[in-house]
Design a protein around this ligand. Sequence first.
Ligand SMILES: Cc1cc2nc3c(=O)[nH]c(=O)nc-3n(C[C@H](O)[C@H](O)[C@H](O)COP(=O)(O)OP(=O)(O)OC[C@H]3O[C@@H](n4cnc5c(N)ncnc54)[C@H](O)[C@@H]3O)c2cc1C
Length: 387
Amino acid sequence: MGTKAIVIGAGIGGLCTAIGLREAGWEVRVLERAERLGSVGAGIGLWPNALHALDELGAGERITPLLPPPGSGTLRDRRGRVLVHWDNRELLGALGKPLAGVHRADLLGAVLSALPEGTVHTGIEVTGVTGDGTVRWTGGEAEADLVIGADGVHSAVRKALWPAHPGPVHGGSTAFRAVLDAVPGGGVSTVVGPGTEFGTLPLAGDRLYWYASLRAAADITYEDPKAFLLKRFDGWPPDVLDLIGRTPPERILHNDLVHLRTPLASYATGKVALIGDAAHAMLPFLAQGGCQAIEDATVLASLLSRRPVPEALARYDAERRPRTQELVRLSTRAGQAVLLANPLAVAARNQLIRLMPSRGHTRRLSVPARWRPPAIVTPSPDRPRRR
Ligand SMILES: Cc1cc2nc3c(=O)[nH]c(=O)nc-3n(C[C@H](O)[C@H](O)[C@H](O)COP(=O)(O)OP(=O)(O)OC[C@H]3O[C@@H](n4cnc5c(N)ncnc54)[C@H](O)[C@@H]3O)c2cc1C
């Protein structure tokens, strides 16, 4: 059995896969097209399923110091009336971990630090992959026993090996995000109004991550996103306007939200497997896209630590496709519910939520977070688990 793997893409999924494969005894090279790693991005919410998976990968102790103490919060309507409370302590009690916000740059830095120097090769844009494990880029080519396409929603690996797949499509909404410094005491908060939501997640070090999602056609550019948001959120609770108002304009990121609405028929072919957004990009309304990439990495490493490549990839496909494709569908549905446009439908939804006990709300939203990672078998007792 061969043991040389190439991972394409050094995002959350690719770096976690590299850690997991090394735990399983593989020699790993990660090829990343960016010249520098992880300097952009805002916050990301990690659910207990992902935090448990990071523990299994041996990266948990690097991530835990980056997480804020588990706070609680509210879901409010645009007039500021509380619809339901979010109880992170309940989640912690039930699932052993909270929902935690982390800065993407911190998360990427922490997982990168779990890999030996020289594992990640930047400035390499992969242009071709074949099922027998050949990887090509401008001016270079390499062979591997295993190739992992972790190259995100616009995956070149998916295009090369699943050419009939239509690729990502616009999900009908757009998102703005930013991280603010020096906002102590911030909570997990969401405010919903017609076709629009505004949310916050506290990050360690008194930073606060905010995001705004709204219904929008594809490819609209906003000359002055901050001015646009201040106008769009006029009349919303004062804390929402205050946070947008305090944000330096250059910190506001804007992305149209795209997803793989058409499910892939398979996540593996020959010696190649897809993980993360390359396989199942989903809209962010359940905050599970990155968490699923981390799950993928753990499952793949666990299977490859016990089985030869063809069997491991077939099992990976059979295990991961149903769960992740269901989450793509559920995320779309969650987005439709969050961004309801019709004021009567909004009022009815809000009334329904208000009638729900907080406990039921937390439990319902955390169903996907009950997942637990399988064990990764290390090849020899001389190679202690890095916990
Ligand atoms: C607004 C928004 C909010 C979100 N919030 C959350 C959240 O709270 N929680 C959560 O879990 N998820 C969230 N997500 C989803 C999450 O960001 C993604 O699911 C996650 O980043 C996917 O990781 P990945 O490693 O698969 O892909 P990516 O993070 O996209 O990484 C892919 C990497 O591959 C590289 N690459 C691409 N093409 C090539 C090539 N040809 N050759 C070499 N390298 C290449 C890229 O440069 C990149 O570094 C959110 C997404 C959005 C848009």
